[in-house]
Structure formats: C-alpha cells, structure tokens
Design a protein around this ligand. Structure first.
Ligand SMILES: Cc1cc2nc3c(=O)[nH]c(=O)nc-3n(C[C@H](O)[C@H](O)[C@H](O)COP(=O)(O)OP(=O)(O)OC[C@H]3O[C@@H](n4cnc5c(N)ncnc54)[C@H](O)[C@@H]3O)c2cc1C
Length: 382
C-alpha cells in the first residue's frame, strides 16, 4: 500500500523555480551541448540535494518522498528532459553515499554535492553497459592508496562532474573483485570528455572519463572491496523509479498543450479533438502517463520500505518511463502534424525521450531484471 505521495507544495515551489531558471536557458544550453550550471547552482541553493539527507550531514532531514517533489516540479516547470537526466545521476550518487558510505564518506562528499558540485556514476565502458561484469577498469593497492587505470564511456555529467563514483576491479581481491571508488574529478590522472554528440538530451552532457594512474585513498572505497555489484544494483533502483516520476511530470503539461491544440485546430469542419482517432491517441498517452506515475510511486514505496519487491518494481517503473516518454512525445508530434515534425521543441522532445530507452539500463535489461526477480521471489515463496 502506498503511504505517501510527492509533497505538492514542494513540487509547486520547484516547478516555479525551474520555470524561471532551467526553462529560460534550455534552448541556449541545447545549442551549447552543455549542462546549465547556473540553474544547477540555483537549484542546489534552493536545497534540492539535501531534501532526503539527514540534518547531521547538512540536509533538511526529509525523506525520498520529499525529494521526488523536486524532479517532479523541475520536469514540469523546466521543460528540459536532459537537465532532469543529470539530476537523476546526482540523486543516485547521493543515495549511494547515504546507503553504502561510511560517516567519513558522508562528511567528505555530501557537503560538496549538496552545495552544487556535479556528480556522476561511472559504470559503462567500451565493452558495454548492460553487462557491467565485463568492466576492465582496475586498481592495484599501493600502501593506503589504490591506483586506478581504465576508461569509462557515455557517463552522464562525465565531462562536467566534480566527483564521481567509479566501478572498477581489484584483481588482487580474487573472484569477487568489483568495487566502487569515490573519486575527485580534479585529481591527477583524471581526463574528462570530450562531450559526446548525442541526438538528444544535449543539456545532459555524456562523455568518457579516462583514469590514468589515479591515486584513490583506500578509505574512499564505498561498500567495501568486492561490494560494488550489490551496491550498484541497489542504488540504481532509485534512478530507475525517478525516470518514471519525471516522465509523468514532464508529459503532463505537454499533453495539456496537445489537448488545447487539438481543440483549436480544425479538419473536416470540426476541431481535430472531435475525431475519435485523435482522441484515442491522446487517451492512450494519458493511460500510459498515469500508469507510469503510479507504478513509480509504488516503486518508491517499495524502495523506502526495503521491500523484497523493490528491484522488480523499480524496473517496471523504468520500463514504463522510457516507453511512455516515447509514446507521449510521439503523440505530440503526431497531433501537431507537420508543425510537430519541424525542427523544434516537439522533435527535440522525441529525440530526448528516445535516450531514456537506453540510459539507466535498456528496456531489454528491465525485462530481464523483472523476469529474474519474479523467479527469485517465486523461489522464495515456494
Ligand atoms: C543518455 C544516456 C546517459 C547515460 N548515462 C550513463 C551514466 O551516467 N553512467 C553509466 O555508467 N552509463 C551511462 N549510459 C550508458 C548506458 O548505461 C548504456 O548505454 C546502457 O547500459 C546499454 O549499454 P550499451 O550501450 O553498451 O549496449 P549493450 O550493452 O551493448 O547492449 C546492446 C543491445 O543489446 C541488448 N542486450 C544486451 N544484453 C541483453 C540481454 N541480456 N538480454 C536482452 N537484450 C540485451 C541491449 O538492451 C541493447 O539493445 C548512458 C547512456 C545514455 C544513452
């Protein structure tokens, strides 16, 4: 049973803030292909990153229900899906530190992230993103440090990040060697970028991170040596449901706009909104938006309750997020007809939406996880 919903007052506050920050600069930063760090700073100053962080670590001591009001409001008011993807990456990183970090990690890294430093989580390599066990980035111990070498690809915020959680191996640990390292991106040996030339989400720059003999203090291992896979699977769950929450929030105003257009645009002597095929497209988008919103709330409830259904629910939310964003933005493009197909915000929205079929784990990987979780839960019940 769902016990909480995203806090409406907070959501409205962030929607208003995003309307005067993110939305105003989205076009400029799409052209530049950069993260809008000015809006990022303003959002950090408004306290977004501390919403679910205990007061002892500089946060406001709320819950993840308080936090999700921020991506909801910013998706609705900012009208920039790319900016939201960068936010998802930052939120996942903060949750990793809160869940798996020691007090020392929290004291060292949370003030920076809450204050507006940009974070990244770097798993994917040239060898592929779906099967993270194929990573080659590796560390060797050297006194109380590890020396890390490797190359990450397609990392959200990678070219801009100030800090990153990097997945690597510690071969000397034996078979269970996959490990998470917190890295200061300004450290010697870290090379960021160049920014990748993506078809959408250009305000959320992705790119490679090269690690060439980067010295990381052993105390900056998060979740213990060999604990990387469990920590990653657990913490990307939040990212997955956030995609669902922001998908619904982003599409709500878009569908309102589509309705308005359909009521004023005429064809065959009546508004196109009176044609049942048009109505059907609009209602199909509405069905998908509501299903995505509520399954994502359900996933968040499962996650904060530490339910054994959490991983399954978060993958269901992520799967619907990508499909719903594709359907919703395609619906807008279709209803606007040729105007929708022109280079501009509708075609850009569809290009942005397509990225969510891949980022955060592809649709196929969500199916795979859902099936695996069904087997696991079935075996447990038997
Ligand atoms: C906008 C964007 C942002 C990103 N941000 C980050 C980030 O912050 N950090 C990060 O680490 N990575 C990031 N990525 C990379 C992303 O995680 C990977 O692209 C994704 O996991 C898929 O990996 P791949 O591209 O290597 O495809 P592959 O893993 O090579 O897969 C190729 C195809 O095969 C399918 N496939 C693979 N295995 C299976 C299977 N077992 N069953 C069925 N189908 C399968 C996939 O679904 C896909 O269709 C981002 C990607 C995008 C597009």
């Amino acid at each position: 049973m769902i016990r909480h919903f995203a806090t409406p007052e907070l959501r409205d506050t962030y929607q208003e803030l995003a309307a005067v920050t993110v939305a105003q600069r989205a076009e400029e930063f799409t052209q530049k292909g950069r993260l809008d760090r000015e809006s990022w700073r303003e959002i950090a100053d408004a306290g977004v990153w501390g919403l679910a962080v205990p007061t002892e670590w500089g946060g406001s001591g709320g819950t993840w229900w308080d936090f999700v009001a921020a991506p909801e409001g910013i998706a609705a008011g900012g009208r920039d899906l790319g900016f939201c993807l960068s936010m998802v990456a930052q939120a996942g990183l903060i949750r990793s530190i809160l869940t798996y970090g020691t007090d020392e990690h929290k004291a060292a890294w949370l003030p920076r992230l809450l204050g507006g430093d940009v974070g990244a989580t770097a798993l994917t390599e040239t060898t592929g993103g779906s099967d993270v066990t194929r990573i080659r980035t590796a560390a060797v111990s050297d006194g109380d440090h590890y020396v890390l070498n490797g190359h990450k690809d397609h990392i959200t915020n990678g070219p801009e990040a100030d800090v990153a959680l990097v997945l690597g191996r510690v071969p000397e640990a034996g078979q269970q060697d996959i490990t998470l390292f917190m890295i200061d991106m300004h450290a010697d040996g870290v090379v960021q970028g160049p920014i990748e030339d993506m078809m959408g989400n250009r305000t959320s720059p992705t790119g490679p991170i090269a690690l060439d003999g980067v010295r990381v203090e052993a105390r900056n291992i998060v979740g213990g040596i060999g604990g990387g896979i469990d920590a990653v699977y657990n913490t990307i769950s939040l990212d997955r449901l956030l995609y669902g929450i922001l998908a619904a929030a982003y599409l709500d105003p878009l569908l309102d706009e589509v309705m308005e257009y359909a009521q004023q645009r005429h064809a065959f002597k009546v508004p196109i909104a009176e044609h049942q095929y048009v109505q059907g497209r609009i209602t199909d988008a509405k069905f998908a938006i509501e299903a995505t919103r509520w399954v994502s709330y359900g996933a968040l409830d499962a996650l904060v309750q530490d339910s054994d259904q959490a991983s399954l629910m978060c993958s269901v939310a992520k799967y619907h997020a990508g499909e719903t964003l594709k359907l919703g933005t395609e619906t807008a493009l279709r209803v606007y007809g040729h105007l929708g197909y022109m280079e501009g915000r509708h075609s850009q929205a569809l290009r942005d939406a397509l990225g969510t079929l891949i980022a955060g784990g592809t649709a196929e990987i969500q199916r795979k996880n859902v099936f695996n979780q069904m087997q696991r839960l079935g075996a447990r019940a038997a």
